[in-house]
Design a protein around this ligand. Structure first.
Ligand SMILES: CC(C)(COP(=O)(O)OP(=O)(O)OC[C@H]1O[C@@H](n2cnc3c(N)ncnc32)[C@H](O)[C@@H]1OP(=O)(O)O)[C@@H](O)C(=O)NCCC(=O)NCCS
Length: 171
């Protein structure tokens, strides 16, 4: 199995279709990547379009995980445009396709994202996790530490408010 994580700021139609398929499948498998299931491609498309636009404008970089050449997951480095915050970035939408989870690829993806961030001169990364998912354990294994929580910030459904957990990792 050959794995690679490549930085991408331009997204052609083929890559776009693979990212869309991944994001839909991850969400429908219960992944916490900005939406709640069930979703269709039409639900995810506006978020993906926004991401592609941000990447083209230099406000984001995608880290695309490929296994034997096929897209297996991705994550987004959301860059600051303000002059005072250019030494760090927020990581968004971290995901590995459900068919491939649990085999170390999430670690490969994040290690690759860290390398991309270092290459760009970033000093640390920030990300948030939806409370109640337990995914902070995945990030703690990669060197992230919790520094705060916004109580009830995420309304998954009426009567189901989750904390937003904030973590950071020095590169
Ligand atoms: C989170 C995600 C990217 C992890 O990818 P993965 O390929 O399944 O993870 P790995 O196999 O590389 O796991 C690496 C380590 O993290 C741990 N881990 C992975 N997912 C975990 C979870 N949900 N909760 C707790 N620990 C987890 C693994 O047990 C493993 O630990 P080990 O090194 O001690 O064996 C993947 O499960 C995913 O895409 N989930 C759905 C999308 C999502 O919710 N993303 C998080 C947004 S904040």
């Amino acid at each position: 199995m050959r794995t690679e994580v490549c930085p991408s700021t331009t997204v052609d139609e083929e890559l776009r279709a693979q990212l869309l398929r991944c994001w839909v499948d991850v969400t429908n498998a219960g992944g916490a990547v900005g939406l709640v299931p069930p979703v269709t491609a039409d639900d995810v498309t506006p978020l993906l379009d926004q991401l592609v636009e941000r990447a083209a404008d230099g406000r984001a970089v995608l880290g695309v995980l490929r296994v034997d050449g096929a897209v297996a997951g991705f994550a987004v480095l959301s860059l600051s445009t303000g002059p005072l915050r250019r030494h760090w970035a927020t990581v968004l939408r971290v995901q590995v396709h459900p068919a491939l989870q649990g085999h170390g690829l999430g670690r490969v993806l994040m290690t690759g994202v860290h390398a991309i961030a270092r290459d760009r001169g970033l000093e640390f990364l920030h990300l948030t996790v939806r409370g109640g998912t337990g995914i902070e354990k995945f990030y703690e294994g990669l060197g992230y530490r919790e520094f705060g929580r916004m109580r009830g910030a995420i309304r998954v459904a009426e009567g189901d408010d989750r904390d937003e957990i904030h973590l950071t990792c020095r590169l």
